[in-house]
Design a protein around this ligand. Structure first.
Ligand code: PMT
Length: 401
């Protein structure tokens, strides 16, 4: 680890930032410090100046600006920015793009990874406003080092305590090695539903929200991969650093995948592609007339199976959305589509699978199986990608030996 810009905002946990600075230095990092005015009321900038060996920036308008190490220079100098503690107020400002003090300004001006370690009262942490800010920040690629449970300065007991300095350090080290695990690896993910038009205003689709696929794309990017995301119509922001190709129908998705897959090393198909489409698309809105109407359907291309045929050396991961005999049907798809791995989810269970923030998976490959219990799709995506990396590396090694 190299150059770390440590930002401190105004909470009682600021006293732990001195120990955190020491931890970071012991790991070989060079650390510089910026503090909000409120932070300077809890711990003096002099403490951090003495520990870091550099002046501490607390003000946007100091003499140091003229000396060439102003807030913009500092954010360019850093390899990563770490804000610890991060208050609820700081997070709200960051989520709304404010830059009215030195800490928010370096965050907005940076182009390097940003980590924040929140510390606050348990009710402030669980407040919907704070949690919404967390969601926005995560979507923008900020890594939130979630607080732990324990006794708080105010006497409450609950979630909101900043992680201990050693634990923050550990998370940064993990993240650093994680960011290189897929360096130079090109990946393609499909996500979301497809829409198969019936007439100019109606279509056949399904309840896929795209969340599973988008979290996978974000996790692949966090592991250092180049990511192309071929997405059906969803209401989600493109994860930071991911390039998205927007499609509507299964045929569009098929075409986009065929055009981009040859360049790729890993293909993950999380999209819920319509197996069928209406044979004919009415050019005008169909009028209500008959009591019964039959819409003939024709088979769509199998985006995943045809992708694997086109790019035969790719590491391929399919999904299986099942409502019965999950493992059996998933194994059949693994073999029929010639996949390296399949992630099966039981979409008949309330609160997981389609359009939910959580999911559970049984992942199957030739000679192995692993079950991931119900958890947030974000965490699940990280764990699934870690497993994919393991199996992808095994396959690459056996090809080269
Ligand atoms: O989007 P979310 O709301 O987060 O929900 C996530 C999810 C439930 C959609 C996801 O976890 C999931 O299961 N995705 C696959 C859904 C599906 O279509 O499964 P399937 O069993 O019908 O298809 C098997 C595999 O073939 C899938 O990888 C699918 O992408 C692919 N397929 C299917 C048909 C087709 N014409 N082309 C395909 O590529």
């Amino acid at each position: 680890m190299k150059k770390i810009l440590l930002g401190i905002t105004g909470g009682i946990a600021a006293y732990k930032s001195a120990e955190l600075l020491r931890c970071l230095q012991r790991s070989g990092a060079e650390v510089r410090v910026v503090m909000s005015e409120a932070a300077a009321r809890f711990v003096t900038p002099l403490t951090f100046q003495a520990l870091s060996g550099y002046p501490v920036c607390t003000d946007l308008f100091t003499a140091d600006s003229a000396a060439g190490m102003d807030h913009i220079e500092l954010s360019r100098w850093a390899d990563i920015v770490l804000i610890a503690p991060a208050t609820a107020d700081f997070m709200a400002k960051l989520a709304t793009g404010q830059a009215n003090d030195v800490v928010t300004t370096v965050c907005l001006a940076r182009s390097v990874p940003l980590f924040i370690a929140p510390a606050m009262n348990q009710w402030m942490w669980s407040n919907i406003a704070t949690q919404d800010n967390c969601t926005v920040l995560r979507q923008r690629g900020v890594t939130i080092l979630d607080p732990t449970e324990g006794v708080q300065a105010c006497g409450d007991v609950g979630f909101g305590r900043m992680l201990e300095p050693q634990d923050i350090m550990q998370r940064l080290v993990e993240n650093d090695s994680m960011r290189h695990a897929l360096a130079g690896v090109r990946t393609l993910v499909t996500a979301g539903p497809t829409r198969e038009p019936i007439d100019p205003v109606r279509y056949i689709s399904n309840r896929s929200s795209g969340k599973m696929g988008y979290e996978l794309a974000a996790a692949l990017h966090d592991y250092g991969a180049e990511v192309v995301l071929v997405s059906g119509p969803v209401a989600l922001e493109t994860p930071l650093g991911v390039s998205r190709i927007q499609v509507e129908t299964a045929q569009d998705m098929h075409q986009a995948v065929q055009q981009n897959l040859k360049e790729c090393d890993i293909f993950i198909a999380a999209a819920a592609v319509s197996d069928y489409r209406p044979r004919d698309i009415a050019s005008n809105k169909i009028k209500k007339s008959k009591k019964e109407r039959i819409i003939p359907l024709v088979l769509n291309p199998d985006v995943l199976a045809e992708g694997v045929r086109t790019a035969s050396s790719i590491f391929s991961v399919g999904f299986a959305a099942e409502t019965e005999h999950m493992a059996k049907y998933a194994r059949l798809k693994l073999e029929k589509k010639q996949l390296d791995m399949i992630a099966a989810n039981d979409v008949s269970i309330e609160g997981q699978g389609f359009d939910s923030n959580q999911n559970a998976l049984t992942v199957i490959w030739q000679g192995g199986e692993k079950t991931f219990p119900l958890m947030a799709k974000r965490d699940l995506a990280k764990q699934l990608v870690a497993l994919i990396i393991e199996k992808y590396n095994e396959k690459s090694r056996s090809k080269n030996s």
